[in-house]
Design a protein around this ligand. Structure first.
Ligand code: ADP
Length: 445
């Protein structure tokens, strides 16, 4: 519609020019010459507007479009409107960008935008303060060359950003930073850096407090326990303490429980403050399992059947005391939570994924909703039963932490009334099979 109307108007105008030219030519006796002159004039006018438009397109700020009527006027008006709209949109975008930059500048966390090759595209003031980035020198440089903490470079190269990584600040080693990378768009990444030193200090203070309190409680408890041992022994005979036999025996039991609680709390505090063991001893797991199984059989007093399937040449790089804790707690729990007559199966085997230790029982089992929580500190499905059996509620927390030190993962499968299977999965690079004793060392050196 629009085009045809414009075309019609243009045609009418062209015809009027031809008629005017013909009239002018007729007046001087040369109609065709008149038409030719009129058309040439019209063509010249078009060329002028066209070159004006061309010049305006080249530098719209300097050149002013002529104010004319007709179709050219409409074209010019349309273009000016478009330009005005674009300017408005640009201004709006600039305002949004400025607002975004102001808000990210105000963030207490460092924000760094990274390009597809890990080069720094943009960063805020907090990132300058936390990482010591300089503006504009560091723009375009690769972040892995600027943040050189091994924990960070490993995390950055791995490409699995599902969790944060912690690393000490290069500017001040007493400051701990947490890095998180969020991939977006076309190979771009946003890196968020937080100062978590205060959190770390609080965590250390809490750990130290538990460790110190447990340590301080140990001595008075040893004294109490000593007296209780003597008095309880006395009360068994016919002496003045005879009437106190039951309470004394109970007090002694409770003192023993407190002792194992304190021992487990200290163990857990020590495990928490330790890091992953990188180069350790090659452990004879079959021997450790043999020891633990003997202890468990003594505890069971013949009321359970034990089955063991242990690969004799399969060893693990780790720390003996911690592996002993893992085996002891899992097999001890199997004995405690399996009624007499039940079967306890211990397996230690290797495959192409690594080494695995599983402890399966035919005991009371754990309800599905409780399974994710059993490794929490002091979490017991049945508090009464756990206490009665001398459990501290810390055993599986200890297992979890000790496993983390060995880069292992705990897997729990269980069904109420049927039994439970606890499996520890250790990564391949911690495993040694027979003659392959030197393999791990050559990897880690
Ligand atoms: P506890 O000292 O109470 O045994 P743990 O941390 O070792 O503490 O275990 C936590 C809880 O998990 C236990 O109280 C128990 O309810 C449950 N649990 C652990 N092992 C087993 C098992 N083999 N069978 C059934 N329940 C278990």
């Amino acid at each position: 519609m629009q085009i045809s109307r414009t075309l019609r108007r243009e045609l009418i105008r062209a015809v009027s020019w031809v008629v005017l030219g013909a009239l002018g030519g007729w007046a001087v006796g040369a109609i065709w010459a008149g038409i030719a002159v009129s058309l040439a004039l019209r063509l010249l006018l078009h060329l002028r507007y066209l070159s004006g438009l061309r010049a305006w397109l080249d530098s719209p700020k300097q050149v002013v479009l002529p104010i004319v009527g007709g179709t050219w006027g409409e074209v010019f008006d349309g273009l000016l409107n478009l330009q005005k709209r674009n300017r408005k949109r640009k201004k709006k975008l600039a305002a949004i960008l400025a607002e975004f930059q102001a808000s990210t500048e105000a963030l207490p966390d460092g924000a760094v935008v990274l390009g597809p090759n890990g080069e720094i595209v943009w960063f805020n003031a907090a990132a300058q303060a936390l990482l010591g980035l300089r503006l504009p020198q560091d723009l375009g440089l690769r972040v892995a060359n600027l943040v050189r903490a091994p924990a960070f470079t490993g995390y950055f190269a791995r490409g699995d950003y599902s969790e944060d990584v912690e690393a000490p600040s290069a500017l001040n080693p007493t400051i701990t930073l947490a890095f998180r990378i969020i991939p977006y768009g076309n190979g771009q990444r946003l890196m968020i850096v937080r100062d978590i030193s205060e959190l770390k200090r609080m965590e250390t203070a809490r750990r130290d407090f538990v460790a110190n309190a447990s340590h301080e409680l140990r001595t008075p408890l040893t004294v109490l326990r000593g007296y209780l041992d003597v008095m309880e022994a006395e009360s068994r005979g016919e002496g003045p303490l005879q009437a106190w036999h039951m309470p004394l025996a109970e007090m002694r039991n409770q003192a023993t429980r407190m002792e194992s609680l304190i021992a487990d709390m200290l163990k857990l505090a020590r495990l928490e403050s330790d890091v992953v063991h990188s180069r350790q001893d090659l452990l004879e797991v079959p021997r450790i399992l043999g020891q633990v199984l003997e202890e468990a059989k003594a505890m069971s007093k013949g009321s359970h059947r034990f089955e063991a399937d242990i690969q004799p040449d399969l060893r693990l790089f780790g720390r003996e005391s911690e592996l002993h804790s893992i085996c002891g707690n899992l097999i001890g729990n199997a004995v405690q939570y399996t009624p007499a007559g039940g079967i306890i199966r211990v397996r230690w085997w290797g495959d192409d994924k690594g080494a695995h230790l599983s402890v399966a029982d035919t005991g009371i089992g754990i309800a599905e909703k409780d399974i994710p929580r059993v490794t929490e500190r002091f979490y017991r499905v049945d508090v009464g039963r756990s206490r009665a059996s001398g459990g501290t509620g810390l055993g599986l927390s200890i297992v979890k932490h000790a496993l983390e030190h060995h880069e292992g993962k705990l897997q729990v499968e269980s069904e109420l009334g049927v039994g439970s299977t606890f499996t520890c999965n250790f990564p391949l690079h911690r495993v040694s099979r027979g003659a392959a004793r030197n393999e791990f060392r050559s990897h880690t050196h």
